[in-house]
Design a protein around this ligand. Structure first.
Ligand code: 6R9
Length: 657
C-alpha cells in the first residue's frame, strides 16, 4: 500500500473503551490472549470441551500432512445434538430458540424442545427418502425456520448440506448441485420479499432438468402460491414430516466428518466448494460466538440479519448461537418492508440485545436518516457487530451513536467462508475500539501482515493479510479439488511457495495494514487494489473518503485501464436524499478526496448512480463496475442480489438508454 494512503487511516484517533459493567462481567477477559499464546493447542482443546462429545478427543491438531489439517480427529460428536438436544437435557427445553418474524408480520416462537422434535422428524423424513450418512443435500430456502431445521436434520444423520442462496438463478443452482453431486434438494414454494411472494420452486424445476442424479425434492409450503409438482420426485415437507416420529437418536460422527459445503463466488473462475467438517468447526463457531458477542444465553436476545445462504448465516445463525443455547430472532424479509424502520421495530418488539449486521446495511440506514431509528426504543442493545466488508469510520461512528446510543461497543469481525468462523475482532469487554479497525486476532488465532516477499511488515506499514497457524474451523479443502486448495490459499507465501521455508502461510486475499499499536486494518480484496502511476491505492480508502463527504451515501471505486497512469480511479456514488447531481458537486467530491487522501487518489471520473451491484452479503461486485468503466459488455451477474441493478446503472450513465 502506498504510504500516502496509509497515513490517512493512521489519522483516525478516536478510541472507545469498553463499558465498565460489560467489562466486569465479560465472558472472556484479557487473560485469554496470554493463555492462548502460551499454549495454543491446549487453549483450543479447552474450548472443544465446551461441546458435548460422544467420544472425547485425545488429540488436538494433526498437521502431519500440511496444509490438510485434522482437528480433534479421534473424537466423535453429533453437531445437531450439540445445538439442540443437550440444551433440552440440561433443563432448558422451554427456552425460546427462534423468534421467527415473517416479512408479512406473521411469526412464531420455537422453543428448544420444539426444535428438537422438528429436527428429529425432519431427520426421519430424510432417512425415509433414502438419504444416508455421507450423502449431499442441497438447500434452497428463504429465511424461514425450516432452513435451520433442514440444516440440523442433515447434520443429525451425517448428510452434508450445501446451502445455495435463494436469490441465485437456476443455472447457478444447477452448477452447485452438480459439483456437490447432491441427491436431494430442499426448497419452498416461495418466500416473502418486498411485500409479495417470490417463487423459488421454478428455479429448482429448471435446474433439475440438468441434474438427473437428484432423486427427490422436499418442498416447504411458505407462501401457498401455485406450484408445479413432479409426481414421484417432489414431496411436501409438511406431509412427510407430519407422519414421522419425533424420536431420533443422533449418531456419533467423527470429528472430521463433512458437515457442509458452501460455494464462494470468487471474482473469477468456477465457484469454489468450501468444505467444513464437524468438531473443529463447531468448536470455533461456538467459542467465537460466546466470546465476541459476550452471549449470556439466559438473558440475551441475539439477532444476526444475514441470509442463511451466506457463511455468516451458517456460523452465526445456526451453529454458533444454537450450540450456545441462545435465543435469537430470524427475520425473513427486507429492511424497508413495509417501512424503513422495520429493523428497529423488530429490535424493540423482541428486546434484541446483540445485533450483527453488515456495513452495507448500516450505510443504507444512514442514507434513510437518523430520525427513523430515533422513533424506536433501542435501549436493549448492548453489543453491535459488523461483518462482510471493511466498515468505514463514518458508518462505524453512526452505528455506535444512532443504534448503540453512544454506549454499545462495536465488534468489527473479520473472517471468510474459508475460515469458517471469526478470526480478527475486538472483544467487547476487553478491547479499546478504533472506528474502522478489526484490530487483533482472537485468542488462539495467529495472523499478520506481510510484504510482496512474505516478510512481516513493521507497525505502520501495509501489505497482505496472512494466517500463520492452522485454526480449528479452517476449510479442509475445496470440494473435489485439493490442487486448487493448495494453489489458491497456500502457494503465494511460505512453504507452498518456497519449500525451504518451513512455515505454512494461508493467503487470505485481503490487503491490510498494521498501525503503530500493531492493530490490523483491512483494506479490501487484493484484486481490487488499484495501481495509479505506480502507487497502490486501496478502493476501500477512496470509498471511505467519499462517504466522509456529507453529500455521499454510498460509493464504489474501481481502477480502469488508462493509457497514461496505468489505472485511473473511477468512482460510482449514490447521493444522500438532500444532494443533487451537478458538475460543481462532482468537482467538490474530487477535491474532497484529494484533500483527505492526497492528490494521487483523486478520482478521474465520478459517476452518480442510484444503485450499486452487490452480492446478497452486501459486497460490491467491482468487477462489473470495471466492465462499465472500461466500456466492455457486463460479465456474469448470477451472484448479484438483484440482477436488474446493472441495467439501472447503465441507463443512468451518459449514453445509457
Ligand atoms: C464472513 C464473510 C470474506 C471477505 C474477506 C474480506 C471481507 C469480511 C470483513 C471483511 C473487512 C471485515 N470481509 N468481513 N473485510 N472487515 N470485518 O464475509 O465471508 O463472504 O467469504 O467474504 O469479506 O474481504 O476476505 P465471505
Amino acid at each position: 500500500m502506498s504510504n500516502e494512503s496509509l497515513a490517512n487511516l493512521l489519522k483516525e484517533e478516536r478510541r472507545f473503551a469498553p463499558p465498565a459493567e460489560l467489562a466486569a462481567g465479560a465472558n472472556v477477559t484479557e487473560a485469554a490472549y496470554a493463555q492462548a499464546s502460551e499454549d495454543r493447542l491446549g487453549f483450543w482443546a479447552e474450548q472443544a470441551r465446551r461441546l458435548s462429545w460422544a467420544v472425547e478427543p485425545t488429540e488436538t491438531l494433526d498437521w502431519s500432512n500440511p496444509p490438510f489439517a485434522k482437528w480433534f480427529a479421534d473424537g466423535k460428536l453429533n453437531v445437531a445434538y450439540n445445538c439442540v438436544d443437550r440444551h433440552v437435557e440440561a433443563g432448558h427445553g422451554e427456552r425460546v430458540a427462534i423468534h421467527f418474524e415473517g416479512e408479512p408480520g406473521d411469526g412464531r416462537s420455537i422453543t428448544y424442545a420444539e426444535l428438537k422434535d422438528e429436527v428429529s422428524k425432519a431427520a426421519n423424513a430424510l432417512l425415509e427418502l433414502g438419504v444416508r450418512k455421507g450423502d449431499r443435500v442441497a438447500v434452497y430456502l428463504p429465511m424461514i425456520p425450516e432452513a435451520v431445521v433442514a440444516m440440523l436434520a442433515c447434520a443429525r444423520i451425517g448428510a452434508t448440506h450445501s446451502v445455495v442462496f435463494g436469490g441465485f438463478s437456476a443455472d447457478a443452482v444447477a452448477s452447485r448441485i452438480q459439483d456437490a453431486d447432491a441427491k436431494l434438494v430442499i426448497t419452498a414454494d416461495g418466500g416473502y420479499r418486498r411485500g409479495k411472494p417470490s417463487a423459488l420452486k421454478p428455479a429448482i424445476d429448471e435446474a433439475l432438468a440438468k441434474c438427473p442424479e437428484v432423486e427427490h425434492v422436499l418442498v416447504v409450503r411458505r407462501t401457498g402460491q401455485e406450484t408445479s409438482f413432479t409426481e414421484g420426485r417432489d414431496v411436501w415437507w409438511h406431509e412427510i414430516t407430519e407422519r414421522q416420529s419425533s424420536e431420533h437418536t443422533p449418531e456419533a460422527l467423527d470429528a472430521e466428518h463433512p458437515l457442509f459445503i458452501l460455494y464462494t463466488s470468487g471474482t473469477t473462475g468456477k465457484p469454489k466448494g468450501i468444505l467444513h467438517t464437524s468438531g473443529g468447526y463447531l468448536t470455533q463457531a461456538s467459542y467465537t460466538h460466546h466470546a465476541v458477542f459476550d452471549l449470556k444465553p439466559e438473558t440475551d436476545v441475539y439477532w444476526c440479519t444475514a441470509d442463511i445462504g451466506w457463511v455468516t448465516g451458517h456460523s452465526y445463525i445456526v451453529y454458533g448461537p444454537l450450540s450456545n443455547g441462545a435465543t435469537q430472532v430470524i427475520y425473513e424479509g427486507t429492511p424497508d418492508t413495509p417501512h424503513q424502520g422495520r429493523f428497529w421495530e423488530v429490535v424493540q418488539k423482541y428486546g434484541v440485545t446483540i445485533l450483527y449486521t453488515a456495513p452495507t446495511a448500516i450505510r443504507t440506514f444512514m442514507k434513510w436518516g437518523d430520525d427513523i431509528p430515533a422513533k424506536f426504543d433501542l435501549s436493549s442493545l448492548r453489543v453491535l457487530g459488523s461483518v462482510g466488508e471493511p466498515i468505514n469510520p463514518e458508518a462505524w461512528v453512526w452505528y455506535r451513536e444512532h443504534i448503540g446510543a453512544g454506549r454499545a461497543p462495536i465488534v468489527d469481525t473479520w473472517w471468510q467462508t474459508e475460515t469458517g468462523a471469526m478470526m480478527i475482532s475486538p472483544l467487547p469487554g476487553v478491547t479499546e475500539t478504533k472506528p474502522g479497525s478489526a484490530q487483533r486476532p482472537l485468542p488462539g488465532i495467529a495472523a499478520t501482515v506481510v510484504d510482496d516477499n512474505g516478510v512481516e511488515v513493521p507497525n505502520g506499514s501495509g501489505g497482505y493479510l496472512v494466517l500463520t497457524e492452522p485454526w480449528p474451523s479452517m476449510l479442509r479443502t475445496i470440494w473435489g479439488d485439493d490442487q486448487r486448495y493448495l494453489d489458491t490459499y497456500w502457494s503465494r507465501f511460505g512453504h507452498g511457495y518456497d519449500e525451504s521455508d518451513p512455515a505454512w502461510r494461508y493467503f487470505a486475499g485481503d490487503g491490510a495494514k498494521k498501525d503503530e499499536d500493531g492493530d490490523i486494518w483491512l483494506l479490501g480484496r487484493v484484486d481490487d487494489v488499484m495501481l495509479v502511476s505506480g502507487h497502490n491505492i486501496s478502493t476501500t480508502e477512496v470509498e471511505s473518503a467519499l462517504v466522509g463527504h456529507p453529500a455521499v451515501a454510498e460509493s464504489a471505486v474501481v481502477g480502469a485501464t488508462d493509457a497514461t497512469t496505468g489505472q485511473a480511479i473511477v468512482a460510482f456514488v449514490i447521493l444522500r436524499g438532500n444532494a443533487t447531481d451537478s458538475e460543481e458537486l462532482v468537482a467538490e467530491l474530487r477535491n474532497h478526496v484529494g484533500k483527505t487522501l492526497g492528490p494521487i487518489a483523486k478520482p478521474k471520473q465520478i459517476k452518480v448512480v442510484s444503485e450499486l451491484p452487490k452480492t446478497r452479503s452486501g459486497k460490491i461486485m467491482r468487477r462489473l463496475l470495471r466492465d462499465i468503466a472500461e466500456g466492455r459488455e457486463v460479465g456474469d451477474t448470477t451472484t448479484l442480489a438483484d440482477s436488474s441493478v446493472m441495467n439501472v446503472i447503465q441507463s443512468q450513465l451518459p449514453g445509457g438508454s
